[in-house]
Design a protein around this ligand. Sequence first.
Ligand code: PPS
Length: 344
Amino acid sequence: MSKQLLSGHVVEELTKEEQKAIGFNNFVHGIVRLKPEGWVYPGTAPTFLDRIYNMEFRPDDVLITTFPKSGTSWMQEIIWTMVHNPKLDNPKAQESLWLRSPDISLDMMFDSKTLGGKAPESYQKKFREQCPGKNEKEGVTLHLADAEPSPRILKSHYPFTLMPKDVLDRVKVVYVARNPKDMAISLFNNFKMFKVFEFESEKEEYFKDIMNNKTLYCPYWPHVKEAWGKRHHPNLLFLFYEDMKADIMKELGRINEFLGTGLSQESLENVARHTSFSAMKSRGEPITDPVFDKKDDNEVRFFRKGTTGDWKNHFSPEMQKEFDQWIKENLAGSDLSLSWALAE
Ligand code: PPS
C-alpha cells in the first residue's frame, strides 16, 4: 500500500532503473516521487516532511524558500546580516552560513552511501552540542532548527504545497526565483561538484531530465508558480535573483521594509558589501566538511560565477531552443513575469 504524507501527497518509489537513468545511485533509501505534482526527492524525505508539517514555527522566524540554486545562500547571508549582524561585529558570523541559518530541507540530502546515511561531521558536532538526547534519525538540521535561538533565519527548498497550509500566516517568507537556465547550470555543477552525490549524468541529459520533471527537486514550474500565486500575501516577499543582481540596494530596501528591520541607508550599504559575491566567496564555502571536498582542485566551487546569463556558455543552440520552448509552454496563460528569463 502506498504511503501518504500529512500534506496528502502520495509517495511512490523510483525503480533502480529510474534512479540510474537520472544519474543518482548513491542514496541509501533510494528516491521517491510525491504525487500529484511529482516532487522528486531522496527516499528519506517523507519522514522529514511529516515532521515539517507539524513544525513549530515562531512568529519572528524568517523562512527563505527557493527552488535550489536560485540565490538562497545569498539571501540567507543578506537576511542573517540584516537581523543579526547589521554592524558587522557579531562573532557568530564566523560560523559557516549553513550552520547558523538551518536548512529544514537538507536532512534528506544526507542519505548518501558515501556519508553512511548520516549528516556530515560539522552538523553532527553542533547536533551533539545543541541537541543532547535528540534522535538524529528525526533530522539533524530539523533538531538544529529547533535549537536555534530566535529570531531564526530558516531555509527550505520545499514548495509551499508540502509545507503546513497556514505557514504564511505564521511566519514571514522570502521567496527567490531565478532564470531556470542559470538555475539548471548551477544545479548541474552542484551535483558534479560535491562528490557525495556520485552524480552520473551529462549536461544535456540532465537538462532534459529537468524539463521532463524526472530529476531531484523537480518539477520546477509548480514550485515557482505556486509561490508567485501567493505573492500578494502580506507575509510573502517574492524576489528575483536577476533583480538583485541589477540593483541590490533597491531589493535590500524592499527586504528592509518587509522585515521591518529599519536599517539606515548606510547599514544597507554595509550589508550589500558584506554579501556581495566576491565578499561571500572570499569568506569560504558555506559547508566545509572534507566529505564535501571537490573531486579535484580544479573543480568548480559553490561560489562559482554568481552572474546572470552564464547559461549562454553552456547551452548548445538546440538545447537553448528546447529550453526556450519549455519556458514558453509553461508561461502560457500565466502572469508570472519571467521576462528576464526570455530576454537574455
Ligand atoms: S543552494 O545550494 O540551492 O542553496 O544554492 P543557492 O545558494 O540557491 O544558489 C547558488 C548560486 O548562487 C550564487 N551566489 C551568489 N550570486 C550572487 N551574489 C552572491 N552573493 C551569491 N552567493 C551565491 C552561487 O554562485 C550559485 O550560482 P552559480 O551560477 O552556480 O554561480
